[in-house]
Design a protein around this ligand. Structure first.
Ligand code: PLP
Length: 354
């Protein structure tokens, strides 16, 4: 059979779980528009300056993007100071490059669950032995258990604020983990802009830390695929060697460069999320986990995640059922903070769930 050429890790069903498309749900329910609260996207479009930068890059689409990649690195240094950076096709691309650079088949990779699924998928594809360390009942990370799992491991992933639970790992706990293990730690900070924590000072103290960021969430660029990471100086040339050449296209690079400079957009977005996060916490009539991200985890027991998701979809609100997150009981949904009308509609429909 031709199928026998496919690697075992891709031979059976599985992989990344995509949210049902808003178009599909609108069609099924006969609605003209639905609230898209399943993917933690930003409801705000990129700003005019970012759109103009993207368009102008498109005009030079006949050239390879090397010069633009250098320019975006300058913009990153302007914002964050003089670090070494790795850029990628989304943070997903960055994660893939890191795994490809350090993980040999059979190496151990540690993940704190429940969390973002892509670490497991990409590590398994590289032939790693993935070790899952369950979080505590309040979704905090016990440094003893995490450090113990890191003994002899090559790489560990810690997501903070964590997807899908929304909570942060305090800086002191990350510091304790770094002090007690030599394992390379990838801190996924996809939602950091919405939180009150800052792990950047740790980058100067530890040379086994990588801090991953994305412009898909706070920066409104999910469709353009731009992510980056603060990386240790010694690792940077090896990452570059492993990375796909020209992985980030010139339109994404130009848009990212302009968006990094547009601080007003970020301030507005973050203020919007904080305002709505407070309202969600106060007004959702079900148990919610404290969040420092642009989404909220809601306990819908005795319902299952899929049932709550389907009932909300019937009301024109698309949310994420958390059934597919290993390490999480099947009784949660994850709801992104969207535009005003989307959030209002969700608050109306979630009241009917009780
Ligand atoms: C969205 C997300 C990412 C991926 O971001 P991209 O830059 O769009 O690839 C990474 N980590 C977490 C936890 C996320 O939620």
């Amino acid at each position: 059979m031709r199928r026998s050429v496919v690697r075992r890790c891709y031979a059976t069903a599985g992989g990344y779980v995509f949210a049902k498309s808003a178009e599909e749900i609108a069609r099924e329910q006969g609605l003209s528009r639905v609230a898209r609260l399943a993917s933690n996207e930003n409801p705000a479009s990129p700003s005019e300056a970012v759109i103009a930068a993207g368009l102008s890059a498109l005009k030079e689409g006949n050239r390879y993007p090397a010069a633009r990649a250098a320019a975006v690195t300058v913009a990153l240094r302007r914002l964050h100071g003089d670090h070494a950076f790795l850029i990628g096709n989304g943070m997903d691309g960055v994660i893939e490059t890191v795994v490809r650079t350090v993980v040999e088949p059979g190496d151990r990779v540690v993940i704190s669950t429940p969390t973002f699924s892509f670490y497991n998928l990409t590590a398994a594809a590289q032939g790693a032995e993935v070790v899952e360390v369950p979080r505590e009942p309040d979704f905090s990370v016990d440094p003893d258990r995490f450090v113990e799992a890191c003994q002899g491991a090559k790489l560990a992933f810690l997501c903070t604020p964590n997807n899908p639970t929304g909570n942060v790992v305090p800086v002191d706990v990350v510091r304790e983990i770094l002090d007690r293990t030599d394992c390379l730690l990838f801190l996924d900070n996809a939602y950091i802009e919405f939180s009150d924590v800052d792990y950047r000072p740790l980058m100067r103290e530890y040379d086994h830390l990588i801090e991953g960021r994305t412009m898909s969430k706070a920066y409104s660029l999910a469709g353009l695929r731009f992510g980056y990471a603060f990386v240790p100086e010694w690792l940077a040339p090896h990452l570059e060697q492993a990375a796909t050449p020209f992985a980030v296209n010139s339109v994404a690079l130009a848009a990212a460069e302009a968006a990094l400079a547009d601080r007003a957009h970020i301030h507005e977005v973050v203020a919007h999320v904080r305002r709505w996060r407070d309202r969600f916490m106060a007004e959702i009539p079900l148990p919610v986990a404290p969040s420092e991200a642009n989404f909220i985890l809601i306990d819908v027991a005795p319902m299952k995640g899929d049932e709550a998701m389907e009932r909300l979809a019937a009301g024109g609100v698309v949310v994420r059922s958390c059934r597919s997150f290993p390490g999480l009981e099947d009784r949660y949904i994850r709801v992104s903070i969207g535009a005003d009308w989307e959030n209002e509609l969700f608050l109306e429909k979630v009241r009917d769930l009780r």
